[in-house]
Each structure stands twice: as structure tokens, then as C-alpha cells.
Write a protein that binds this ligand. Sequence first.
Ligand SMILES: N[C@@H](CCC(=O)N[C@@H](CS)C(=O)NCC(=O)O)C(=O)O
Length: 194
Amino acid sequence: MSTDSVKLLILRASPYAMRAILALEAKGVKYELIEEDLSAQSQLWLESNPVYKKIPVLLHGGKAIPESLFIVLYVDEAWPERAAFFPKDLYARAMTHFWGDFIDKKSGFTQLDAKPFFNGTGIGYADIFLAPLAAWFRLFVELAGIRAPTAEEAPKLHKFFNAIREHTATKVAFPDPDELLSYVILHLKRTMAA
Ligand SMILES: N[C@@H](CCC(=O)N[C@@H](CS)C(=O)NCC(=O)O)C(=O)O
């Protein structure tokens, strides 16, 4: 297990940052959260992700890893002792990559088999990609006026959302729903005023 210092640059409402937090929490890694401000990018932020200038960025032993997808993969390999994010079977691994990528591109959940997670009872790679939708769902409903599917209409999704919300890793990764809502409203107001 690596003992180098671990820091994670986040924005509180960022679903991408939530993925990185979930990965570290699921692995039980000790880390420091550095909360950034979207309206004033810090020197550390710009220096650690000079190409895309996006959050999250993982700092491990002073080395910066950008992009949530690569952070999750990195965390899985840097701390292999606990809660592997991929199944051992080669085909199942390939399909886990496939669905993680699909969710990343389309926020889809067709393959969700409600076990309750993609590969059974433990949170894994594809779950980490889909999980932030559980935190953001209320915002889609309240801000965009989207009607939420009922448990009868989308039983697998409800089962997944319930399981993910109860998972200990989400206690840190998901902000309080009211805080998330006010953060996003504030950001929208700032964007519209700019
Ligand atoms: N592909 C990136 C996307 C990250 C991203 O879009 N982050 C947003 C916050 S949700 C950001 O840093 N925005 C700042 C900006 O665009 O200036 C990932 O998966 O990490």
C-alpha cells in the first residue's frame, strides 16, 4: 500500500469529483480534500491540470493525475489490496470497461442488473461512473423539471440509487442535497450574470 501523500482537488458539486472521492473512499485511502472555487481557479489547480484545467485532479506523492476516468483506474491499481473495481474474469473486465465508458459518454444504465451493483454486491468501476447521477437526480427534477421515473417504472435504477446512497463511500462524496442545490443555483446565477 502506497504511503505517499494523497490530495484530491475537487469542486463540491462536480459529479466527476464525486467519482474520484468514491474511488478513494471505497479503497479506504487516507487523503486530503482540497475544495476549489469554480469562479477563481487557484495556482495549484492550473498547475496540476495545465492541459484541460478541469477538476478533479489527484495528487499522489506530488504527482498530478487528471481526468476522473484515469483517477479511478489509477486508484484501483495503486491500492490493489482492497475492493477491486474490476472482476477477475477477462471478459467481465472488458465489459466493465465497456459500460464504464458508455456511462461516461451517455449517462446510460441499460446493463444495470440490480445485484444491486454492476458486478454484484461490491461497488466497482461502472458503479463509480453512474453513482453521481444519484446525487444529481434531484437537481434534474427540481431545476430542469424532468419527471423522475417511479420505482415501478425503473425498479433497477431505484434499487441501484438506494444501494449507492446507503454505501459509506457516498457519505463524503455526495454533498448534502440542499447544499448541492444552492451551490448549483448560485453557479447558474453567476453564469447568467457574466
Ligand atoms: N472529463 C473530465 C471532466 C471534468 C469537468 O468537466 N470538470 C468541471 C467541473 S464538473 C470543471 O473543472 N470545470 C471547470 C472549467 O471548465 O473551467 C473528467 O472526467 O474529470
